[in-house]
Design a protein around this ligand. Structure first.
Ligand code: SF4
Length: 277
C-alpha cells in the first residue's frame, strides 16, 4: 500500500432523485455541469483510480449515461452504477450491461411493506427484484446495499437470507447511517450504536453466505477514505460529520486537488477491496 494508491472514485452524475428515502440528506439541488467528463476520466486514470462508481442522487437521470459508462470502460476503469432502479428496465439493463462491471441496488427491508416504507414508494421492492433478475440473467454482477437503522436492524438477517435465496448478489453492503449522509432528525431517530452494528456483523459473518459482505460503520470506516466528484465537478472528501469540498476540477487538476488533503489511503483501499469483485 502506498500513498499513491487509489481505488474507487464516486462520480455523482445528478443530485436530483425521484425517491425521498427517510434517511436521505441530499437537498437534490446541485446543478449538473457538463463538459469536463473526459478531463475527469483522463486525470483519474493518470492518478491510478481503478473503479468509477457512477452515483447520485439518481445517476440514470443523466442524459448520455451509456456514453459515459462506455468512455470509462474504454479508458480501462471498472465501472459500477449505484442506482435506485426507478428508471431501469430490462431493455436499459441490456443497453448498459456491456459497459458495466457491477450494478448496485438498494434493499432496506426483507418484505415489500418494510422496504417500500423506507424509500417512500409502493412497488419499489418488486421493481428491485425484477431489475436484479434481469441483471443476473444477463450475467451482470450485483451489489445490494442496506442502510441499517434502528427500525430495520432486526430485519437485516432476513434481508441477507432473502438475498441468498432470491437475488444472489456478489456483494452485500451493510452500512450504518452516518450523520453526514442523513437529515438531522432522521439521524437522531434512526441511528444505531456501534455495539449493535458489531453484533449484527458477527451474526451475518457466522452464516457463511456465498456472497461477499462489506460493512461500513460511520467515521472509523469512512473518514478521509471516500472521494466524490459532484455534479458541478467540485471534488469532496468524507471527514467527520460533514463532507468537505476540496477543489474544483473546472479550475485545477485532480492530482493537485487531492494533494491538498491527507487521504487515508489504507482505509480508502480497504473500502475499495471490500466493495469490488
Ligand atoms: S438515499 Fe439515494 S435513492 Fe434515496 S432519496 Fe436519497 S439519493 Fe434518492
Amino acid at each position: 500500500m502506498t500513498d499513491k494508491d487509489y481505488g474507487n472514485l464516486y462520480w455523482r452524475l445528478e443530485s436530483s432523485c425521484p425517491l425521498r428515502c427517510v434517511m436521505c440528506s441530499s437537498d437534490h439541488l446541485i446543478r449538473t455541469i457538463k463538459g469536463y467528463e473526459n478531463t475527469l476520466l483522463d486525470q483519474a486514470k493518470e492518478i491510478g483510480f481503478k473503479t468509477i462508481v457512477f452515483t447520485g442522487g439518481e445517476p440514470t437521470l443523466r442524459e448520455g449515461l451509456p456514453y459515459l459508462l462506455r468512455q470509462a470502460g474504454l479508458k480501462g476503469f471498472m465501472t459500477r452504477l449505484d442506482t435506485n432502479g426507478v428508471y431501469l428496465n430490462g431493455t436499459q439493463v441490456a443497453l448498459i450491461k456491456p459497459y458495466l462491471t457491477m450494478l448496485g441496488l438498494p434493499l432496506h427491508g426483507s418484505t415489500a411493506e418494510a422496504h417500500d416504507l423506507v424509500v417512500g414508494k409502493k412497488g419499489h421492492f418488486n421493481a428491485i427484484k425484477c431489475i436484479a433478475d434481469s441483471s443476473t440473467r444477463r450475467g451482470l454482477s450485483l451489489k445490494i446495499t442496506t442502510a441499517v437503522t434502528k427500525e430495520n436492524i432486526s430485519d437485516v438477517k432476513n434481508i441477507a437470507d432473502y438475498l441468498n435465496h432470491s437475488i444472489h448478489p456478489e456483494i452485500y453492503g451493510v452500512n450504518a447511517l452516518v450523520k453526514r449522509n442523513c437529515n438531522p432528525q432522521a439521524y437522531q431517530k434512526l441511528k444505531i450504536e456501534e455495539e449493535e452494528f458489531e453484533n449484527l456483523k458477527e451474526e451475518l459473518l457466522s452464516q457463511n453466505y456465498p456472497f461477499k459482505l462489506s460493512f461500513c460503520f460511520g467515521h472509523k470506516d469512512s473518514d478521509m477514505a471516500y472521494i466524490f466528484v459532484n455534479p458541478d465537478f467540485t471534488i469532496s472528501v468524507t471527514a467527520g460529520d460533514s463532507e468537505h469540498i476540496i477543489g474544483d476540477l473546472k479550475n485545477e487538476r485532480l492530482e493537485k486537488i487531492l494533494s491538498k488533503v491527507k487521504i487515508n489511503h489504507e482505509l480508502h483501499m480497504r473500502r475499495f477491496e471490500e466493495t469490488n469483485i
